[in-house]
Design a protein around this ligand. Structure first.
Ligand SMILES: CC(=O)N[C@H]1[C@@H](OP(=O)(O)OP(=O)(O)OC[C@H]2O[C@@H](n3ccc(=O)[nH]c3=O)[C@H](O)[C@@H]2O)O[C@H](CO)[C@H](O)[C@@H]1O
Length: 395
């Protein structure tokens, strides 16, 4: 018999484990996952050429509608009577400061109004004793006022630069200006309210339903006393396992091992196609790799969503590099952060998020953390510090 026939008859018989493993991989990776995941934005199987444009357009239209709704909400006088958050109590458990600048592009999306509306709903839900005090930090000034911030003045305390500070502000590059504005908001919030803990939100960071519950839980954990900051958001596109974050590799291998062990131990009880898999080192290795591949290709972002079941399930890990739309500063860390940021200079490629990340890594005794899944949704399709395309895309 020719050698290839011997090979096929020995290895590719249905009863052979190699054939069964091959069949399982082909069915999973070439049929089931592509069918289930081709519309999932953060999956490897997402068909960009087919869906990205239409999904981006839908998202822009939805955000525009939400913006207009928020505008009507804040303009209606009846809401004005029932909602007043401007009477701020001193030394609250938590202060949320929302940093906002006027946007030249994407103005009609009213990101700030959307964020403040959501905050007012969440604060209304937390009972008689408010779970946080809220400030709006309007860093804009001069002749072209920030209309949305003005509209909110009847509901919230709005803080602004003095005219002299405003003049100095105009003379530096946009990234240094953004950083100085952030430092201003950190310090001013602290001076005014003396909170026990502080959250700084950028004006396009829409808090999710679990926002205050999870923050409360984080602050009750011991690590929070020692950390400089806790990041409450990391871009979804950077949440993959295949990213240079050491703890994620551990999570990935752990997930594969747990999945493989559970499958092999329970296999004899439900084996549907008479597969011949039983627990052995090579099978454990195969299924570990199989589950790791499934998890990565499906998209870690979607698996993280399962953690929303309970605040205790949210994962805390060393801080990741990019972005600061939502940051929690426990205790008086906000003052230390303001000092550290003051001593560095920001430019393009080294904006305040990079500077903060470096500070926490290099200054002895300081550490920083990230929580997953995200506690906010980033709704800002248009940036106020970088050039924008006419119709921004989701990816
Ligand atoms: C989702 C995301 O990746 N966002 C990051 C990205 O912001 P973006 O490029 O998305 O810019 P953005 O428009 O969200 O602005 C960031 C923040 O800066 C504020 N602002 C803007 C202009 C100004 O002169 N003063 C001022 O304080 C603005 O109100 C907002 O709170 O890059 C920034 C650094 O550059 C931060 O790391 C942001 O977290």
């Amino acid at each position: 018999m020719p050698r290839w026939k011997v090979f096929f008859s020995q290895y590719l018989r249905w009863s052979s484990t190699v054939t069964q493993a091959l069949a399982l991989c082909v069915i999973t990776f070439c049929v089931v996952l592509p069918l289930c995941c081709h519309r999932l934005l953060y999956s490897y199987f997402f068909i960009k050429s087919m869906y990205l444009d239409s999904m981006s357009e839908d998202a822009l239209q939805e955000s525009f509608k939400q913006g207009q709704d928020a505008l009507h909400f804040w303009q209606s006088s009846s809401t004005g009577l029932s909602l007043r958050f401007s009477d701020i109590t001193q030394h609250p458990e938590l202060l949320v400061t929302v940093v906002t600048a006027r946007r030249s592009e994407g103005r009609d999306f009213h990101y700030l109004l959307q964020v403040m509306r959501q905050l007012s709903v969440l604060l209304g839900d937390c009972g008689k004793r408010r779970c946080a005090e809220v400030l709006v930090c309007d860093v804009e000034g001069g002749p072209q006022e920030h209309q949305d911030a003005k509209l909110l003045e009847s509901y919230f305390t709005v803080i602004r630069h003095s005219p002299e500070e405003q003049q100095n502000r105009e003379q530096v590059n946009i990234f240094e200006r953004e950083k100085r504005d952030y430092v201003f908001c950190l310090r001013k919030g602290w001076e005014l309210v003396r909170p026990k803990n502080m959250v700084i939100l950028e004006d396009d960071a829409l808090p999710r339903q679990d926002f205050f519950t999870v923050i409360k839980d984080l602050l009750s954990r011991r690590f929070a006393l020692q950390t400089l900051y806790i990041k409450l958001y990391h871009p979804e596109r950077l949440q993959r396992y295949w990213n240079p974050e050491p703890y994620r590799i551990l999570e990935w291998v752990g997930l594969g091992l747990v999945g493989a062990t559970a499958l092999l131990l329970t296999f004899p009880y439900w084996n549907p196609c008479s597969f011949s898999f039983t627990l052995s080192a090579s099978r454990l290795l195969f299924f570990t790799l199989y589950f790791m591949a499934v998890a990565e290709l499906l998209g870690r972002h979607y698996l993280l969503e399962a953690r929303r079941l309970s605040p205790q399930l949210y994962a805390v890990s060393p801080a990741t590099e990019c972005c600061t739309p939502a940051m929690l500063f426990p205790g008086n860390a906000s003052l230390r952060v303001a000092e550290y940021l003051d001593s560095s200079f920001c430019v393009k490629g080294n904006a305040k998020d990079m500077v903060l990340y470096q500070i926490a890594r290099t200054i002895p005794g300081e550490s920083s953390h990230s929580v997953e899944p995200n506690l906010i949704t980033h709704i800002g399709a248009y940036s106020s510090v970088r050039p924008n395309p006419s119709r921004p895309k989701l990816l």
